[in-house]
Design a protein around this ligand. Structure first.
Ligand code: HEC
Ligand code: HEC
Ligand code: HEC
Ligand code: HEC
Length: 361
Protein backbone atom coordinates (compact mmCIF):
# COMPACT_ATOMS: atom_id res chain seq x y z
CA UNK A 1 0.00 0.00 0.00
CA UNK A 2 2.75 2.41 0.88
CA UNK A 3 4.06 2.00 -2.66
CA UNK A 4 0.96 3.46 -4.20
CA UNK A 5 0.98 7.10 -5.13
CA UNK A 6 -2.66 7.58 -4.14
CA UNK A 7 -3.49 9.47 -1.02
CA UNK A 8 -2.88 7.44 2.08
CA UNK A 9 -5.20 8.25 4.87
CA UNK A 10 -3.50 8.07 8.23
CA UNK A 11 -6.06 7.29 10.83
CA UNK A 12 -5.95 8.54 14.30
CA UNK A 13 -6.97 5.76 16.56
CA UNK A 14 -10.08 6.20 18.54
CA UNK A 15 -12.50 4.12 20.48
CA UNK A 16 -14.46 2.95 17.46
CA UNK A 17 -11.93 3.34 14.72
CA UNK A 18 -8.58 1.80 15.40
CA UNK A 19 -8.16 -0.19 12.21
CA UNK A 20 -4.85 -0.01 10.42
CA UNK A 21 -4.88 -1.35 6.88
CA UNK A 22 -1.10 -1.49 6.70
CA UNK A 23 -0.95 -3.71 9.75
CA UNK A 24 -3.66 -5.80 8.09
CA UNK A 25 -1.28 -6.61 5.25
CA UNK A 26 1.21 -7.94 7.83
CA UNK A 27 -1.47 -9.98 9.57
CA UNK A 28 -2.41 -11.54 6.24
CA UNK A 29 1.20 -12.67 5.84
CA UNK A 30 1.61 -13.91 9.41
CA UNK A 31 -1.61 -15.91 9.31
CA UNK A 32 -0.70 -17.66 6.09
CA UNK A 33 -4.06 -17.05 4.41
CA UNK A 34 -2.28 -17.09 1.06
CA UNK A 35 -1.46 -20.76 1.39
CA UNK A 36 -5.00 -21.35 0.17
CA UNK A 37 -6.37 -17.99 -0.99
CA UNK A 38 -4.94 -15.68 -3.59
CA UNK A 39 -5.24 -11.99 -2.77
CA UNK A 40 -5.62 -10.10 -6.03
CA UNK A 41 -4.10 -13.06 -7.83
CA UNK A 42 -1.11 -13.19 -5.46
CA UNK A 43 -0.20 -16.26 -3.44
CA UNK A 44 2.70 -16.80 -1.04
CA UNK A 45 5.03 -18.12 -3.69
CA UNK A 46 4.95 -17.59 -7.42
CA UNK A 47 2.08 -19.98 -7.81
CA UNK A 48 -1.45 -18.76 -7.39
CA UNK A 49 -3.34 -20.86 -4.87
CA UNK A 50 -6.61 -22.22 -6.20
CA UNK A 51 -8.04 -23.92 -3.12
CA UNK A 52 -10.37 -21.10 -2.13
CA UNK A 53 -11.59 -17.80 -3.51
CA UNK A 54 -9.52 -14.68 -3.99
CA UNK A 55 -9.79 -12.59 -0.83
CA UNK A 56 -9.14 -9.38 -2.76
CA UNK A 57 -12.55 -9.74 -4.34
CA UNK A 58 -15.65 -8.40 -2.75
CA UNK A 59 -17.50 -11.07 -0.78
CA UNK A 60 -20.86 -9.40 -1.20
CA UNK A 61 -22.22 -6.39 -3.10
CA UNK A 62 -22.17 -4.42 0.13
CA UNK A 63 -18.90 -5.07 1.82
CA UNK A 64 -18.69 -4.40 5.52
CA UNK A 65 -17.29 -5.94 8.69
CA UNK A 66 -20.53 -7.87 9.19
CA UNK A 67 -20.29 -9.50 5.73
CA UNK A 68 -16.73 -10.65 6.37
CA UNK A 69 -17.65 -11.85 9.86
CA UNK A 70 -20.59 -13.82 8.49
CA UNK A 71 -18.48 -15.45 5.75
CA UNK A 72 -15.67 -16.37 8.12
CA UNK A 73 -18.02 -17.69 10.78
CA UNK A 74 -20.02 -19.79 8.29
CA UNK A 75 -16.97 -21.26 6.63
CA UNK A 76 -15.41 -22.28 9.93
CA UNK A 77 -16.20 -26.02 9.69
CA UNK A 78 -15.07 -26.33 6.06
CA UNK A 79 -11.93 -24.29 6.56
CA UNK A 80 -11.09 -26.13 9.73
CA UNK A 81 -11.42 -29.46 7.89
CA UNK A 82 -9.10 -28.13 5.19
CA UNK A 83 -6.48 -27.21 7.79
CA UNK A 84 -6.52 -30.69 9.34
CA UNK A 85 -6.43 -32.36 5.93
CA UNK A 86 -3.36 -30.36 4.96
CA UNK A 87 -1.72 -30.37 8.35
CA UNK A 88 -1.58 -26.58 8.34
CA UNK A 89 -1.71 -24.46 11.51
CA UNK A 90 -5.00 -22.64 11.54
CA UNK A 91 -5.03 -18.85 11.73
CA UNK A 92 -5.47 -17.50 15.24
CA UNK A 93 -5.56 -13.74 14.99
CA UNK A 94 -6.87 -11.50 17.75
CA UNK A 95 -9.91 -9.31 17.43
CA UNK A 96 -7.87 -6.21 16.60
CA UNK A 97 -5.81 -8.11 14.03
CA UNK A 98 -9.02 -9.22 12.31
CA UNK A 99 -10.14 -5.62 12.28
CA UNK A 100 -6.92 -4.57 10.57
CA UNK A 101 -7.15 -7.44 8.12
CA UNK A 102 -10.59 -6.33 7.07
CA UNK A 103 -9.38 -2.73 6.72
CA UNK A 104 -6.73 -4.06 4.37
CA UNK A 105 -9.21 -6.01 2.23
CA UNK A 106 -11.43 -2.96 2.15
CA UNK A 107 -8.55 -0.72 1.18
CA UNK A 108 -7.78 -2.95 -1.80
CA UNK A 109 -11.12 -1.94 -3.24
CA UNK A 110 -12.29 1.30 -1.79
CA UNK A 111 -9.33 3.48 -1.04
CA UNK A 112 -8.60 6.35 -3.36
CA UNK A 113 -7.17 5.37 -6.74
CA UNK A 114 -3.75 6.85 -7.49
CA UNK A 115 -4.07 10.51 -8.46
CA UNK A 116 -3.55 11.53 -12.08
CA UNK A 117 -2.41 15.12 -12.45
CA UNK A 118 -3.24 15.27 -16.19
CA UNK A 119 -6.74 14.01 -15.61
CA UNK A 120 -7.21 16.69 -12.95
CA UNK A 121 -6.68 19.36 -15.58
CA UNK A 122 -9.19 17.66 -17.89
CA UNK A 123 -11.74 17.65 -15.09
CA UNK A 124 -11.42 21.42 -14.61
CA UNK A 125 -11.98 21.90 -18.34
CA UNK A 126 -14.72 19.36 -18.95
CA UNK A 127 -16.74 20.40 -15.88
CA UNK A 128 -16.74 24.06 -16.98
CA UNK A 129 -14.68 25.18 -13.98
CA UNK A 130 -12.30 26.96 -16.38
CA UNK A 131 -15.15 29.16 -17.62
CA UNK A 132 -14.61 31.10 -14.40
CA UNK A 133 -11.31 29.87 -12.96
CA UNK A 134 -8.40 30.42 -15.32
CA UNK A 135 -5.41 28.11 -15.10
CA UNK A 136 -2.98 30.99 -15.59
CA UNK A 137 -2.49 34.10 -13.46
CA UNK A 138 -4.73 36.19 -15.73
CA UNK A 139 -8.12 35.89 -14.06
CA UNK A 140 -11.36 35.57 -16.05
CA UNK A 141 -13.06 38.14 -13.84
CA UNK A 142 -15.69 35.59 -12.88
CA UNK A 143 -13.75 33.77 -10.19
CA UNK A 144 -10.24 33.47 -8.74
CA UNK A 145 -7.50 31.82 -10.85
CA UNK A 146 -6.63 28.31 -9.78
CA UNK A 147 -3.08 29.35 -8.80
CA UNK A 148 -4.60 31.80 -6.37
CA UNK A 149 -6.87 29.31 -4.69
CA UNK A 150 -6.18 28.63 -1.04
CA UNK A 151 -3.27 26.23 -0.69
CA UNK A 152 -4.52 22.75 -1.59
CA UNK A 153 -2.92 20.64 1.12
CA UNK A 154 -5.02 17.56 0.51
CA UNK A 155 -8.36 16.54 -1.02
CA UNK A 156 -10.26 17.39 2.15
CA UNK A 157 -9.23 21.01 1.66
CA UNK A 158 -10.99 20.91 -1.71
CA UNK A 159 -14.16 19.46 -0.23
CA UNK A 160 -14.16 22.16 2.41
CA UNK A 161 -13.57 24.96 -0.13
CA UNK A 162 -16.24 23.67 -2.49
CA UNK A 163 -18.79 23.51 0.30
CA UNK A 164 -18.07 26.91 1.77
CA UNK A 165 -18.01 28.66 -1.61
CA UNK A 166 -21.06 26.81 -2.85
CA UNK A 167 -23.51 29.69 -2.31
CA UNK A 168 -21.40 32.32 -4.07
CA UNK A 169 -20.60 29.89 -6.88
CA UNK A 170 -24.28 29.19 -7.25
CA UNK A 171 -24.90 32.87 -7.84
CA UNK A 172 -21.99 33.02 -10.28
CA UNK A 173 -23.38 30.05 -12.23
CA UNK A 174 -26.73 31.79 -12.51
CA UNK A 175 -25.22 35.17 -13.42
CA UNK A 176 -23.03 33.74 -16.15
CA UNK A 177 -25.57 31.16 -17.34
CA UNK A 178 -23.06 28.35 -16.89
CA UNK A 179 -24.33 24.87 -16.26
CA UNK A 180 -23.29 23.42 -12.92
CA UNK A 181 -21.70 19.95 -12.98
CA UNK A 182 -21.43 17.15 -10.47
CA UNK A 183 -18.07 15.61 -9.55
CA UNK A 184 -16.96 12.09 -8.62
CA UNK A 185 -14.57 11.04 -5.86
CA UNK A 186 -11.92 10.34 -8.44
CA UNK A 187 -12.39 13.83 -9.92
CA UNK A 188 -11.63 15.36 -6.52
CA UNK A 189 -8.48 13.29 -6.07
CA UNK A 190 -7.15 14.19 -9.53
CA UNK A 191 -8.18 17.83 -9.23
CA UNK A 192 -6.29 18.17 -5.96
CA UNK A 193 -3.15 16.67 -7.50
CA UNK A 194 -3.37 19.07 -10.44
CA UNK A 195 -3.93 22.13 -8.27
CA UNK A 196 -0.98 21.12 -6.09
CA UNK A 197 1.18 20.85 -9.17
CA UNK A 198 0.36 24.33 -10.44
CA UNK A 199 0.64 25.77 -6.95
CA UNK A 200 4.15 24.29 -6.88
CA UNK A 201 3.42 22.40 -3.70
CA UNK A 202 5.50 19.38 -2.87
CA UNK A 203 3.01 16.57 -3.46
CA UNK A 204 2.07 15.29 -0.08
CA UNK A 205 0.28 12.01 -0.44
CA UNK A 206 -0.53 11.43 3.20
CA UNK A 207 -3.05 13.11 5.35
CA UNK A 208 -4.77 12.33 8.57
CA UNK A 209 -8.33 12.50 9.66
CA UNK A 210 -9.43 13.03 13.21
CA UNK A 211 -11.26 10.41 15.25
CA UNK A 212 -14.73 9.99 13.78
CA UNK A 213 -16.56 10.41 17.07
CA UNK A 214 -15.45 14.07 17.09
CA UNK A 215 -17.58 14.55 13.97
CA UNK A 216 -20.85 13.33 15.42
CA UNK A 217 -21.98 16.57 17.12
CA UNK A 218 -20.94 18.56 14.04
CA UNK A 219 -22.79 16.20 11.75
CA UNK A 220 -25.87 16.37 13.94
CA UNK A 221 -25.76 20.18 13.86
CA UNK A 222 -25.00 20.68 10.16
CA UNK A 223 -26.34 17.66 8.35
CA UNK A 224 -28.48 15.69 10.78
CA UNK A 225 -31.61 17.73 10.19
CA UNK A 226 -31.95 16.16 6.74
CA UNK A 227 -29.85 13.03 7.10
CA UNK A 228 -31.99 10.83 9.28
CA UNK A 229 -34.75 8.27 8.76
CA UNK A 230 -34.98 7.50 5.04
CA UNK A 231 -32.01 9.79 4.31
CA UNK A 232 -29.81 8.20 6.99
CA UNK A 233 -26.29 7.96 5.56
CA UNK A 234 -25.57 4.81 7.60
CA UNK A 235 -28.38 3.11 5.67
CA UNK A 236 -27.79 4.64 2.24
CA UNK A 237 -24.05 4.86 1.70
CA UNK A 238 -22.02 1.74 0.86
CA UNK A 239 -18.57 0.91 -0.43
CA UNK A 240 -17.43 4.52 -0.59
CA UNK A 241 -14.00 6.06 -0.54
CA UNK A 242 -13.43 9.25 1.45
CA UNK A 243 -13.63 11.31 -1.67
CA UNK A 244 -16.80 9.63 -2.96
CA UNK A 245 -18.34 11.11 0.15
CA UNK A 246 -16.61 14.44 -0.46
CA UNK A 247 -18.12 14.46 -3.95
CA UNK A 248 -21.54 13.61 -2.49
CA UNK A 249 -21.23 16.72 -0.36
CA UNK A 250 -20.43 18.96 -3.35
CA UNK A 251 -23.07 17.31 -5.51
CA UNK A 252 -25.94 18.52 -3.39
CA UNK A 253 -24.54 21.88 -2.38
CA UNK A 254 -26.05 23.49 -5.48
CA UNK A 255 -29.52 22.13 -4.79
CA UNK A 256 -29.63 23.56 -1.29
CA UNK A 257 -31.52 26.72 -0.50
CA UNK A 258 -28.76 27.67 1.95
CA UNK A 259 -25.44 26.08 2.77
CA UNK A 260 -24.28 26.37 6.36
CA UNK A 261 -20.62 27.34 6.65
CA UNK A 262 -18.41 24.71 8.20
CA UNK A 263 -14.91 25.40 9.59
CA UNK A 264 -12.04 23.60 7.89
CA UNK A 265 -11.22 21.30 10.79
CA UNK A 266 -14.89 20.59 11.25
CA UNK A 267 -15.26 19.38 7.66
CA UNK A 268 -12.49 16.89 8.35
CA UNK A 269 -14.29 15.60 11.39
CA UNK A 270 -17.61 15.35 9.54
CA UNK A 271 -16.00 13.43 6.70
CA UNK A 272 -14.32 11.02 9.12
CA UNK A 273 -17.63 10.46 10.86
CA UNK A 274 -19.68 9.89 7.70
CA UNK A 275 -17.12 7.53 6.24
CA UNK A 276 -17.05 5.51 9.44
CA UNK A 277 -20.84 5.33 9.49
CA UNK A 278 -21.00 3.67 6.09
CA UNK A 279 -17.94 1.50 6.74
CA UNK A 280 -19.59 -0.03 9.81
CA UNK A 281 -22.89 -0.52 8.00
CA UNK A 282 -26.37 -0.12 9.38
CA UNK A 283 -26.67 -0.73 13.09
CA UNK A 284 -28.29 -4.00 14.08
CA UNK A 285 -31.56 -4.57 15.83
CA UNK A 286 -31.35 -5.62 19.49
CA UNK A 287 -34.61 -7.51 19.55
CA UNK A 288 -33.73 -9.55 16.47
CA UNK A 289 -30.30 -10.06 18.01
CA UNK A 290 -31.83 -11.60 21.10
CA UNK A 291 -33.92 -13.87 18.90
CA UNK A 292 -30.81 -15.01 16.99
CA UNK A 293 -28.97 -15.50 20.28
CA UNK A 294 -31.60 -18.01 21.30
CA UNK A 295 -32.25 -19.65 17.93
CA UNK A 296 -28.56 -20.04 17.02
CA UNK A 297 -27.85 -21.78 20.30
CA UNK A 298 -25.52 -19.16 21.78
CA UNK A 299 -27.73 -19.32 24.85
CA UNK A 300 -26.65 -22.95 25.44
CA UNK A 301 -23.37 -21.68 26.84
CA UNK A 302 -23.81 -17.93 27.21
CA UNK A 303 -26.49 -17.60 29.84
CA UNK A 304 -25.01 -14.52 31.37
CA UNK A 305 -22.77 -13.78 28.49
CA UNK A 306 -20.20 -11.07 28.54
CA UNK A 307 -17.68 -9.56 30.78
CA UNK A 308 -18.83 -6.17 31.96
CA UNK A 309 -18.12 -3.31 29.66
CA UNK A 310 -16.57 -5.31 26.84
CA UNK A 311 -17.57 -3.64 23.61
CA UNK A 312 -18.59 -6.29 21.10
CA UNK A 313 -18.04 -5.72 17.37
CA UNK A 314 -18.37 -7.88 14.25
CA UNK A 315 -14.72 -8.75 14.83
CA UNK A 316 -15.54 -10.21 18.25
CA UNK A 317 -17.74 -12.69 16.37
CA UNK A 318 -14.86 -13.48 14.00
CA UNK A 319 -12.55 -13.93 16.98
CA UNK A 320 -15.06 -16.25 18.64
CA UNK A 321 -14.47 -18.70 15.78
CA UNK A 322 -10.93 -17.74 14.76
CA UNK A 323 -9.31 -16.14 17.78
CA UNK A 324 -8.43 -17.13 21.33
CA UNK A 325 -12.05 -18.13 22.13
CA UNK A 326 -12.17 -20.60 19.24
CA UNK A 327 -11.61 -23.69 21.40
CA UNK A 328 -14.88 -23.06 23.20
CA UNK A 329 -16.84 -22.69 19.98
CA UNK A 330 -15.20 -25.55 18.19
CA UNK A 331 -16.60 -27.79 20.91
CA UNK A 332 -19.82 -27.50 18.96
CA UNK A 333 -18.07 -29.23 16.06
CA UNK A 334 -16.43 -31.79 18.30
CA UNK A 335 -19.75 -32.61 19.89
CA UNK A 336 -21.25 -33.08 16.44
CA UNK A 337 -23.67 -30.17 16.89
CA UNK A 338 -24.66 -28.44 13.65
CA UNK A 339 -22.63 -25.24 13.26
CA UNK A 340 -25.09 -22.34 13.40
CA UNK A 341 -24.84 -20.21 10.27
CA UNK A 342 -24.99 -16.45 10.82
CA UNK A 343 -26.11 -14.11 8.05
CA UNK A 344 -24.55 -10.61 7.87
CA UNK A 345 -27.76 -9.26 9.43
CA UNK A 346 -27.52 -11.86 12.24
CA UNK A 347 -24.01 -10.59 12.97
CA UNK A 348 -25.13 -6.94 13.21
CA UNK A 349 -28.15 -7.88 15.30
CA UNK A 350 -26.11 -10.04 17.67
CA UNK A 351 -23.61 -7.22 18.11
CA UNK A 352 -26.44 -4.81 18.96
CA UNK A 353 -27.92 -7.30 21.41
CA UNK A 354 -24.63 -8.18 23.09
CA UNK A 355 -23.85 -4.50 23.61
CA UNK A 356 -27.22 -3.74 25.09
CA UNK A 357 -27.17 -3.40 28.81
CA UNK A 358 -29.63 -6.17 29.52
CA UNK A 359 -27.30 -8.81 28.21
CA UNK A 360 -24.51 -7.75 30.52
CA UNK A 361 -26.41 -9.06 33.50
C1 HEC B 1 -5.84 -24.39 4.59
C2 HEC B 1 -6.39 -23.53 3.57
C3 HEC B 1 -6.96 -22.19 4.02
C4 HEC B 1 -6.31 -21.19 4.70
C5 HEC B 1 -4.87 -21.16 5.20
C6 HEC B 1 -7.27 -20.12 4.85
N1 HEC B 1 -8.47 -20.47 4.26
FE1 HEC B 1 -10.12 -19.31 4.07
N2 HEC B 1 -11.09 -20.81 3.11
C7 HEC B 1 -10.54 -22.04 2.79
C8 HEC B 1 -11.55 -22.84 2.14
C9 HEC B 1 -11.35 -24.26 1.62
C10 HEC B 1 -12.73 -22.04 2.06
C11 HEC B 1 -14.09 -22.41 1.46
C12 HEC B 1 -14.84 -23.08 2.56
C13 HEC B 1 -16.23 -23.49 2.14
O1 HEC B 1 -16.43 -23.85 0.98
O2 HEC B 1 -17.13 -23.40 3.00
C14 HEC B 1 -12.40 -20.78 2.68
C15 HEC B 1 -13.30 -19.72 2.82
C16 HEC B 1 -12.95 -18.47 3.31
C17 HEC B 1 -13.84 -17.31 3.33
C18 HEC B 1 -15.26 -17.30 2.85
C19 HEC B 1 -15.29 -16.96 1.40
C20 HEC B 1 -16.69 -16.98 0.82
O3 HEC B 1 -16.85 -17.45 -0.31
O4 HEC B 1 -17.64 -16.53 1.46
C21 HEC B 1 -13.14 -16.28 3.86
C22 HEC B 1 -13.62 -14.85 4.07
C23 HEC B 1 -11.82 -16.78 4.19
N3 HEC B 1 -11.75 -18.10 3.84
C24 HEC B 1 -10.83 -16.01 4.75
C25 HEC B 1 -9.60 -16.50 5.14
C26 HEC B 1 -8.60 -15.71 5.83
C27 HEC B 1 -8.77 -14.23 6.18
C28 HEC B 1 -7.54 -16.52 6.05
C29 HEC B 1 -6.28 -16.18 6.81
C30 HEC B 1 -6.47 -15.62 8.14
C31 HEC B 1 -7.86 -17.82 5.50
N4 HEC B 1 -9.12 -17.76 4.97
C32 HEC B 1 -7.02 -18.91 5.50
C33 HEC B 1 -9.26 -22.44 3.04
C34 HEC B 1 -8.31 -21.73 3.74
C1 HEC C 1 -19.81 30.48 -12.88
C2 HEC C 1 -18.48 30.69 -12.41
C3 HEC C 1 -17.83 29.53 -11.66
C4 HEC C 1 -17.71 28.23 -12.07
C5 HEC C 1 -18.19 27.61 -13.36
C6 HEC C 1 -16.99 27.55 -11.03
N1 HEC C 1 -16.68 28.42 -10.00
FE1 HEC C 1 -15.55 28.02 -8.40
N2 HEC C 1 -15.77 29.93 -7.75
C7 HEC C 1 -16.46 30.92 -8.42
C8 HEC C 1 -16.43 32.12 -7.63
C9 HEC C 1 -17.09 33.46 -7.99
C10 HEC C 1 -15.66 31.83 -6.47
C11 HEC C 1 -15.32 32.76 -5.33
C12 HEC C 1 -16.48 32.65 -4.37
C13 HEC C 1 -16.26 33.39 -3.08
O1 HEC C 1 -15.42 34.28 -3.03
O2 HEC C 1 -16.96 33.03 -2.12
C14 HEC C 1 -15.27 30.43 -6.59
C15 HEC C 1 -14.49 29.77 -5.65
C16 HEC C 1 -13.99 28.50 -5.82
C17 HEC C 1 -13.06 27.85 -4.93
C18 HEC C 1 -12.42 28.47 -3.71
C19 HEC C 1 -11.20 29.20 -4.20
C20 HEC C 1 -10.34 29.79 -3.11
O3 HEC C 1 -10.42 31.01 -2.93
O4 HEC C 1 -9.59 29.05 -2.47
C21 HEC C 1 -12.83 26.60 -5.42
C22 HEC C 1 -11.90 25.54 -4.84
C23 HEC C 1 -13.63 26.46 -6.60
N3 HEC C 1 -14.32 27.64 -6.80
C24 HEC C 1 -13.68 25.31 -7.37
C25 HEC C 1 -14.46 25.17 -8.51
C26 HEC C 1 -14.55 23.95 -9.27
C27 HEC C 1 -13.82 22.65 -8.94
C28 HEC C 1 -15.39 24.20 -10.31
C29 HEC C 1 -15.86 23.25 -11.38
C30 HEC C 1 -16.56 22.06 -10.91
C31 HEC C 1 -15.83 25.58 -10.18
N4 HEC C 1 -15.25 26.13 -9.06
C32 HEC C 1 -16.67 26.22 -11.06
C33 HEC C 1 -17.08 30.81 -9.63
C34 HEC C 1 -17.17 29.65 -10.37
C1 HEC D 1 -31.21 20.49 3.41
C2 HEC D 1 -31.07 19.06 3.66
C3 HEC D 1 -29.65 18.51 3.66
C4 HEC D 1 -28.57 18.94 4.41
C5 HEC D 1 -28.49 20.08 5.41
C6 HEC D 1 -27.47 18.05 4.07
N1 HEC D 1 -27.88 17.13 3.13
FE1 HEC D 1 -26.74 15.67 2.30
N2 HEC D 1 -28.28 15.11 1.10
C7 HEC D 1 -29.56 15.63 1.16
C8 HEC D 1 -30.37 14.96 0.17
C9 HEC D 1 -31.84 15.22 -0.09
C10 HEC D 1 -29.53 14.01 -0.48
C11 HEC D 1 -29.89 13.02 -1.59
C12 HEC D 1 -30.32 13.68 -2.84
C13 HEC D 1 -29.25 14.44 -3.52
O1 HEC D 1 -28.20 13.88 -3.85
O2 HEC D 1 -29.48 15.63 -3.77
C14 HEC D 1 -28.22 14.17 0.11
C15 HEC D 1 -27.10 13.44 -0.27
C16 HEC D 1 -25.88 13.43 0.42
C17 HEC D 1 -24.77 12.60 0.11
C18 HEC D 1 -24.68 11.63 -1.06
C19 HEC D 1 -25.44 10.40 -0.74
C20 HEC D 1 -25.29 9.33 -1.81
O3 HEC D 1 -26.23 8.54 -1.91
O4 HEC D 1 -24.28 9.30 -2.50
C21 HEC D 1 -23.78 12.85 1.03
C22 HEC D 1 -22.42 12.18 1.15
C23 HEC D 1 -24.29 13.87 1.91
N3 HEC D 1 -25.57 14.20 1.51
C24 HEC D 1 -23.61 14.40 2.97
C25 HEC D 1 -24.02 15.51 3.69
C26 HEC D 1 -23.23 16.15 4.71
C27 HEC D 1 -21.87 15.68 5.19
C28 HEC D 1 -23.95 17.22 5.16
C29 HEC D 1 -23.54 18.24 6.20
C30 HEC D 1 -22.31 18.94 5.95
C31 HEC D 1 -25.18 17.24 4.42
N4 HEC D 1 -25.21 16.19 3.54
C32 HEC D 1 -26.21 18.16 4.61
C33 HEC D 1 -30.00 16.62 2.00
C34 HEC D 1 -29.21 17.36 2.86
C1 HEC E 1 -20.31 -24.62 23.35
C2 HEC E 1 -20.49 -23.43 24.17
C3 HEC E 1 -20.64 -22.11 23.44
C4 HEC E 1 -21.55 -21.80 22.46
C5 HEC E 1 -22.64 -22.65 21.87
C6 HEC E 1 -21.30 -20.41 22.12
N1 HEC E 1 -20.26 -19.92 22.84
FE1 HEC E 1 -19.42 -18.08 22.68
N2 HEC E 1 -18.05 -18.54 24.11
C7 HEC E 1 -18.05 -19.71 24.83
C8 HEC E 1 -17.00 -19.62 25.85
C9 HEC E 1 -16.65 -20.71 26.88
C10 HEC E 1 -16.38 -18.34 25.67
C11 HEC E 1 -15.20 -17.77 26.44
C12 HEC E 1 -13.97 -18.36 25.78
C13 HEC E 1 -12.67 -17.71 26.11
O1 HEC E 1 -12.65 -16.59 26.61
O2 HEC E 1 -11.66 -18.35 25.76
C14 HEC E 1 -17.06 -17.70 24.58
C15 HEC E 1 -16.75 -16.45 24.10
C16 HEC E 1 -17.47 -15.78 23.12
C17 HEC E 1 -17.14 -14.48 22.59
C18 HEC E 1 -15.95 -13.65 22.99
C19 HEC E 1 -16.34 -12.77 24.13
C20 HEC E 1 -15.20 -11.92 24.61
O3 HEC E 1 -15.33 -11.49 25.74
O4 HEC E 1 -14.23 -11.72 23.90
C21 HEC E 1 -18.09 -14.15 21.68
C22 HEC E 1 -18.18 -12.87 20.86
C23 HEC E 1 -19.00 -15.26 21.60
N3 HEC E 1 -18.59 -16.23 22.48
C24 HEC E 1 -20.09 -15.29 20.80
C25 HEC E 1 -20.93 -16.39 20.65
C26 HEC E 1 -22.06 -16.41 19.77
C27 HEC E 1 -22.50 -15.23 18.88
C28 HEC E 1 -22.62 -17.65 19.87
C29 HEC E 1 -23.80 -18.18 19.12
C30 HEC E 1 -23.72 -18.14 17.67
C31 HEC E 1 -21.80 -18.40 20.82
N4 HEC E 1 -20.79 -17.61 21.28
C32 HEC E 1 -22.02 -19.71 21.16
C33 HEC E 1 -18.84 -20.81 24.62
C34 HEC E 1 -19.84 -20.92 23.68
Amino acid sequence: MTRSVGWIVLLVSSYIWAADARNGALVLEQQGCQQCHAVRGQGLEHETPVIARDLGERLAPTYGPHTLASALWNHTPAMWAEFSARGITAPAATESEWRDLFAYFYSLQFFEPPAEVGRGKQVLESKHCTSCHSLSRAATGRGPSVVDWAQMDDPVTLVYQLWNHASSMKNAFARNKIEWKTLTGRDLVDLTAYVQSIQNLVPNRQFSLPGPESGKPLFDANCGLCHRDSLSLAMNLRNKTWMDIGAGIWNHSQKMPAVRMVASDDMRKILAYVWQLQYDGPPGNRVLGQKAFIEKGCIECHRSPFKDGKHITAFSIVAAAWGPARYAHHQMLERGLPWPNLSPADVSNLVAFLNSRDSAR
